[in-house]
Write a protein that binds this ligand. Structure first.
Ligand code: AMP
Length: 415
């Protein structure tokens, strides 16, 4: 179709412009440093996966799978989905590449775009980015603590304000099933006070009542029996050890019996970091243990634990600064074609300078203005029969016989 108004980006998406891009690059290199130090290797999995991966892994009854996935059919009639979260894909890759045969645990980190069809608002988008880590192949509580402490450390190192950590445990699937039955009965007896949504999900997933912001539902769940009170001895001991390790590390947290994250694969530890500096969308990152997930994907029983944090939300509440590369030298073209100026430019870059040249047809005066705007500390003027170097600080300009001499003068000026 021809004509019409300006084409715009889809709702709930955003463009990353260079200032923002520099902050992201800085955040990413901090992540890389932090995670490499703890032995996590980088992994990148496809942005689209078989829909079945999320239906099985995330859970058929979750908001994500029921309402939020961008799902489409490819030309071969296969159902594909733009990944709404990272753990299922990483576990699929772990299995597909036989990483269960490597020494365990396998520690991985990722960074990239994710997609959820949610109502857009500040801090909530339909395409957003997450950074996450997964430690797969061991159920040692020190890994739960490590994952939590790494996210704590990351948020601290980027100066995130007003951070709170909530911690809970969901026990094993068997415990959860028994508890779900108990909770369902409790909620059913008070059905008239629940929201339509929670009532509609009572059969499939009564735990979701804890996530509801419906006042009637909240009042009912406040006095409901809690999963934390029903943990087996093993699970309770595991949870106690995770807490002890966080205590040893001097990190504060609140145990929250109502913390049920909206994904089915979690077992035992779950946690969420929030920031008061964010508005309604206060979640900065969260995660937990998923000891049954790899089995759900068709693999051997393999424990794992990880976190995912929203990059946009971290940037909203952190003081992280990007580093803008300064322009050292600007090449002014005073008559003549682009050839010799381009050669000078290439040689300057080769010599290690951040260099730019005139590429928009300005007058010589306009070119000096542009050099100023870019903050260039020196200018090389390339004229038809002459080469000169100007110190933009002092205004001194010197003719030089050749490029080698120009370099010498530049070294002095930029020293
Ligand atoms: P979740 O897997 O839902 O716990 O998401 C982990 C983190 O990703 C959240 O704490 C947010 O920081 C971020 N996040 C999740 N959904 C969105 C979204 N729609 N837009 C922006 N960030 C999001």
């Amino acid at each position: 179709m021809a004509g019409g108004g300006k084409v715009q980006a889809p709702r709930g998406t955003f463009d990353v412009l260079p200032d923002d891009g520099r902050r992201r690059a800085r955040l990413r290199s901090l992540c890389e440093e932090l995670f490499a130090q703890a032995g996590y290797g980088f992994i990148d999995t496809p942005i689209f996966e078989a829909t079945e991966l999320f239906a099985r892994g995330v859970g058929e009854t979750t908001d994500i799978v029921q309402k939020e996935m961008f799902t489409f059919e490819d030309q071969g009639g296969r159902s594909l989905t733009l990944r709404p979260e990272g753990t299922a894909g990483v576990c699929r890759a772990y299995l597909e590449h036989g990483m269960h045969k490597q020494p365990q645990p396998v520690k991985l980190w990722y960074w990239g775009p994710f997609f959820r069809h949610e109502a857009p608002q500040a801090g909530r988008y339909r395409q957003f980015n997450q950074v996450g880590i997964e430690a797969i192949g061991s159920d040692d509580p020190s890994l739960d603590a490590e994952v939590i402490l790494l996210l704590y450390g990351l948020l601290e190192s980027v100066g995130t304000k007003g951070v709170r950590l909530r911690l809970g445990s969901l026990g094993t699937p068997e415990t959860r099933r028994a508890y779900s039955d108990e909770l369902r009965e409790y909620l059913r007896a008070r059905e008239d006070q629940l929201s339509d949504e929670v009532r509609g999900r009572l059969d499939a997933n009564p735990l979701r009542a804890f996530d509801s912001d419906h006042p009637g539902t909240q009042a009912v769940v406040k006095d409901a029996p809690k999963l934390l009170e029903r943990l087996t001895q093993d699970d309770a001991a595991h949870f106690a050890e995770v807490r002890a390790l966080l205590d040893d590390a001097g990190r504060e947290y609140e145990v929250d019996a109502a913390l049920v994250r909206g994904i089915d694969y979690y077992t035992r530890t779950v946690f969420e970091f929030t920031s008061d500096a964010l508005g309604a969308q206060s979640g900065v990152g969260g995660g937990g243990r998923y000891d049954g997930l790899i089995e759900m994907l068709g693999g051997p029983q393999t424990p794992g634990v990880g976190f995912a944090a929203g990059i946009e939300r971290i940037l909203l509440v952190s003081e992280i600064e990007g580093e803008a590369p300064a322009t050292d030298v600007y090449v002014v073209r005073d008559g003549g074609g682009a050839t010799s100026a381009s050669k000078v430019l290439a040689a300057l870059r080769e010599a290690g300078f951040n260099a730019q040249m005139e590429q928009a047809g300005r007058s010589v005066k306009g070119q000096f203005k542009q050099a100023d705007r870019l903050g260039a500390r020196a200018v090389v003027v390339v004229a038809q029969d002459r080469l000169s170097v100007r110190d933009m600080g002092s205004g001194d300009q010197r003719d030089v016989p050749d490029f080698a001499e120009a370099l010498k003068v530049l070294e002095e000026v930029l020293a």
